[in-house]
Design a protein around this ligand. Structure first.
Ligand SMILES: Nc1nc2c(ncn2[C@@H]2O[C@H](COP(=O)(O)OP(=O)(O)OP(=O)(O)O)[C@@H](O)[C@H]2O)c(=O)[nH]1
Length: 546
């Protein structure tokens, strides 16, 4: 169902329930008139306030007009012990108008804007689905780069001229092009023009040039190319840039937890955000928030300001007290977005107040930018700064969680400990920076080679932990062995000197150990054995070959 359809459906449901809702509020008002008390007054006020929010959201301008006045009058009474008679009469008139307005009040058309159709989050491609073209007329150079990039798990095709590349590109566009600027069949100017078009159409262009002068670089900047390399391009740097560039277009879907005591509002805002690719957990009771956090880790919280059992600010403070969410962005949703209210909400520790009347596109833009920030903060706290892989704590937590799930549902998870061989010698010979480059290259190789459902972490200096859930033993062994093999073929260059590095690994499968801790010990034991047997190999229990 499209977003407009589901919005229409929500609106129809709301309009269907509206007459009863109004009668319910008026019944409450009549009871209050008979027995004036603060508790009943605040209940009437809350119902009117909620109706105001919904009528704004669904564009019921007539209803909103009356409810605005009602809310203002009732608000003025909240702190007054006894209302004046003329105030009661004015309220009677307004409630009467509200009832009369039942059938007349036709909704104004929903605000659905063109850009609401477009989700900024394209579904992420599987890593090996990224296709890279190299257009390089020097056969040896092209073949060498192709070979190196394939070692990192990229799908690469080499073309000796631009025309043959275009034939393939027109059929199945590449995600990224490495473009030599001196080609036999096209001029530099024409190539830059083509590069501009590719970049416009979301195909990244990296220039490979023998010239690194200002004029040439300026032409490249004006053609909007993503990166510029002077030949010979260093493979590890090239890989890092490719990885960064391709990752930019496969952002993770952002997760939002939204709480509003009115189910119609939860449905409306959830539907709006979901239509833009966000994952939303909508709750109509504040008490459901803490249990929900056990399963759902949001990048952003959105709380309604006025709710019966707890207000949005109290809920925001509660969330901030949870260690994991201390820095998470929190937005408070309200119909009352006066400057004074905004200031007090920000002072109380929330990030901002967002009006229920905000145009959908602006609402979505605000939510996405804050959720993205929340996502970045949470992910940088859980990642190793050099490699970008999960840090020691996070990979351990993840491995334990996957182990527990596998045991519970009777599936299989493979946990592998990888350690680079003779790494001290690499550092001693090529310097710490040279060693860092190797670590980074290995991290890219892992990210490139594994599924998006696998996990990779930097366990210690040159030690890595891999977690492959739901994968049969022979397949896991073959996959990890292929990574070991590919890594051993990567040629590193430091000060003009070429060298290679190998790795050893210990593998364990969840059905081989009764406790998670036993798995770790066994993986370590296998790793030690791989080193003892001469390195550059993987060791696993004989049953691992089943
Ligand atoms: N460049 C770099 N080196 C690191 C980093 N963290 C740890 N190391 C180095 O990794 C090396 C690990 O050396 P050892 O534990 O002796 O092991 P090894 O030389 O790899 O020998 P084997 O594991 O037995 O094959 C040490 O020299 C550490 O300084 C890092 O972040 N960057």
């Amino acid at each position: 169902m499209s977003f407009e359809d589901s919005l229409e459906q929500l609106k129809r449901q709301f309009l269907h329930a509206l007459p009863d809702k109004k009668k319910q509020i008026i019944t409450l008002w009549i009871s209050l008139r008979k027995n004036w008390n603060a508790h009943m007054l605040s209940a009437v006020y809350r119902e009117v306030h909620n109706l105001k929010g919904s009528s704004e959201t669904f564009g019921l301008s007539d209803t909103k007009h009356i409810v605005d006045k009602l809310e203002l009058q009732l608000k003025g009474l909240l702190n007054a012990p006894d209302p004046e008679l003329h105030t009661i009469k004015e309220l009677d008139t307004l409630f009467h108008q509200l009832l009369q307005n039942n059938m007349r009040g036709q909704p104004s058309p929903p605000v659905v804007e063109a850009q609401m159709q477009q989700s900024p989050y394209k579904p992420a491609k599987a890593r090996h689905d990224h296709h890279i073209a190299i257009i390089e007329d020097d056969g040896n150079v092209g073949a060498m780069i192709t070979k190196q990039l394939r070692e990192f798990g990229f799908s690469v095709q080499h073309f000796l001229n631009f025309t043959s590349f275009l034939v393939v590109q027109n059929e199945t566009p590449f995600d990224l092009i490495l473009l030599d600027l001196i080609l036999p069949d096209w001029t530099e100017e024409a190539l830059f023009e083509a590069a501009t078009e590719f970049e416009k159409n979301n195909t990244r262009v990296f220039v490979l040039s023998s010239r690194g002068d200002f004029d040439m670089r300026l032409l490249a900047i004006r053609a909007n190319v993503s990166e510029y390399f002077v030949k010979p391009a260093e493979t590890t740097l090239l890989v890092r840039k490719i990885h960064q560039s391709l990752k930019m277009s496969e952002k993770q879907p952002l997760k939002v937890l939204l709480v509003d005591d009115q189910q119609s509002m939860v449905d409306y805002f959830s539907s709006l955000l979901r239509s833009h690719g966000l994952i939303v957990k909508g709750l109509s009771s504040a008490e459901q928030v803490l249990p929900a956090l056990e399963q759902f880790e949001p990048d952003l919280f959105i709380f309604d300001l006025y709710m019966p059992e707890v207000n949005g600010l109290e809920l925001a403070k509660m969330i901030r007290q949870l260690d994991k969410y201390t820095s998470s962005p929190i937005l408070v949703l309200s119909s009352d977005d006066t400057m004074q209210n905004k200031v007090s909400i920000i002072q109380a520790g929330s990030d901002d107040l967002i009006s229920k009347q905000t145009a959908p596109s602006l609402f979505v833009a605000q939510v996405i930018s804050r959720a993205q920030r929340g996502h970045d903060i949470r992910s940088s706290a859980s990642r190793d700064s050099l490699t970008g892989l999960l840090n020691h704590t996070q990979i351990l937590v993840t491995a334990r969680r996957c182990y527990n799930v596998a045991r519970r549902i009777n599936s299989q998870v493979c946990i592998a400990m990888f350690d680079l061989d003779h790494f001290k010698k690499v550092n001693d010979t090529y310097g710490h920076a040279g060693g860092d480059k190797v670590l980074l290259a290995f991290a890219h190789l892992l990210q490139q080679s594994l599924r998006q459902t696998d996990f990779t972490g930097r366990y210690g200096g040159e030690e890595f932990m891999l977690v492959l859930p739901d994968m049969q033993k022979p397949l896991a062994i073959a996959k990890l062995n292929a990574i070991r093999e590919s890594f051993s073929h990567i040629v590193f260059v430091e000060d003009g000197v070429e060298f290679k590095v190998t790795l050893s690994g210990g593998l364990v499968f969840s059905d081989e150990c009764e406790e998670f801790q036993d798995c770790l010990l066994l993986a370590d034991k296998h790793l030690y054995e791989a080193k003892r047997l001469g390195r550059n190999q993987l060791v696993f229990s004989p049953s691992g070959q089943d």
